[in-house]
Design a protein around this ligand. Structure first.
Ligand code: PLP
Length: 395
């Protein structure tokens, strides 16, 4: 039994365990089959075929053509590349419309682009995390180059109506990019009938390794690479392909399709049972985004009177892994910009935890979590209510 088998891992939106079948397909490309896929001899062509096969599997997962899949190093790179390209190609302007709840891979990049002269409108959300389509459309200007709106929020799991946003952008003849990093393997992605220009995915969110992702580039959309060098990926992303990880991500994509029903029913059932148990046992607990359409695996809960960082430490001591907001922000001391956007005047945001379930979670994880979380929250509340100076016992 490995050390991680002892954990109750409820942080699958941060990253997922590599599926053993994924690792198995990758291993030959880390050992014997090390050729460069651009090499002209048969050994190189073997690697090229493996990359092509992975491209087909990725395309099958999101229902697009293999030629529309561009391999990148991660979701962050894909998001950056889509925005950079749109600004370069849109002669009308330098304005971006995005939302107030995007992952930092979009929002920080937008802030950086602002410093370089671009204009950005961050459209807000309501208390359930929903975006108002009228407001989003109203933010589009004659000089808007691209709209970028995430498909599923990484902190709350709230889903944006990307099909409708895509239609708005098509009608206005503006590029549309969606960060679908949290969607892969959780709900279906069918791009064939959706007017999306660019879509980002990241392998490590669906049981492939870290450090590999894709950018879907619609075949009719003009695109210019952010990574300049060789003519890899048909000139859309330079750099020798990360063959083993690409092969692994291809296998993970195939498995994601197979497990899609399991994710919605079984994993969704684990999440629902956990949420119900918490709401029954912990007074004043509130599920953020509960009234919105949400991913089946994500539960973001505010616990009145609790500091999230203290809660994370205590839960960690009990072997339970979850996060406060997004994993990329932990340790930064910043509160969640997502929850602040949903309820600007609500101090409960500081006591919010994200629990995210996945393929390798089982019923026993819910039982263990329900045995750990309620007493931990109770203890933290008693500690924070105790007069300062009284002895504090933590375990
Ligand atoms: N977008 C979203 C919604 C995410 O949740 C993440 C990672 O947490 C990213 C982008 C960044 O992906 P990567 O870690 O592959 O750079």
């Amino acid at each position: 039994m490995s050390a991680s088998d002892q954990l109750v891992y409820l942080d699958n939106n941060a990253t997922t365990r590599i599926d053993p079948a994924v690792l198995e397909e990758m291993l030959p490309y880390l050992t014997d089959l090390y050729a460069n896929p651009s090499s002209g001899y048969r050994f190189g062509m073997q690697a090229r075929r493996a990359v092509d096969r992975a491209r087909e599997r990725m395309a099958a997962m999101i229902d697009c053509e293999p030629g529309e899949v561009v391999f990148t190093s991660c979701g962050t790179e894909s998001n950056n590349a889509a925005l950079n390209s749109a600004l370069q190609f849109e002669p009308r302007g330098q304005h971006i419309v995005t939302t107030a709840v995007e992952h930092s891979a979009v929002s920080r990049h937008c802030q950086e682009l602002q410093k370089r002269g671009a204009e950005v409108t961050f459209v807000g959300v309501d208390e359930n995390g929903n975006v108002d389509l009228g407001e989003l459309e109203g933010a589009i200007r004659p000089n808007t180059a691209i709209v970028s709106a995430m498909w599923a929020n990484n902190e709350t799991g709230v889903l944006f109506p990307v099909e409708k946003i895509a239609e708005i952008c098509r009608a206005r003849r503006i590029f549309f990019h969606t960060d679908a990093v949290q969607v892969a393997g959780k709900i279906p992605i069918r791009l064939r009938d959706m007017p999306v220009n660019f879509l980002s995915l990241s392998g490590h969110k669906f049981h492939a390794p870290k450090g590999v992702g894709i950018l879907y580039v619609n075949k009719h959309s003009r695109f210019s690479s952010s990574v300049i060098g060789g003519s890899h990926e048909s000139g859309r992303r330079a750099g020798t392909e990360n063959v083993a990880s690409i092969v692994g991500m291809g296998k993970a994509a195939e498995l994601a399709l197979e497990y899609l029903t399991d994710e919605v029913t079984r994993v969704g059932g684990l999440r629902d049972r956990f949420e119900k148990g918490i709401l029954e046992c912990v007074p004043d607990a509130v599920v953020n985004g509960a009234a919105a359409r949400r991913l089946p695996n994500t539960s973001n809960i505010s616990f009145q009177g609790i500091e999230a960082q203290a809660a994370l430490m205590l839960l960690d001591r009990h072997g339970l892994c979850c996060s406060a907001g997004s994993a990329c922000k932990s340790g930064s001391g910043e509160g969640s910009h997502v929850l602040r956007a949903m309820r600007p005047n609500d101090e409960r945001a500081s006591g919010s935890l994200r629990f995210s379930f996945g393929r390798f979670n089982v019923d026993a994880d819910v039982e263990k979590a329900l045995a750990i979380v309620p007493p931990a929250m109770d203890k933290l509340r008693r500690l924070s209510a105790a007069p300062s100076g009284s002895p504090v016992v933590t375990r």
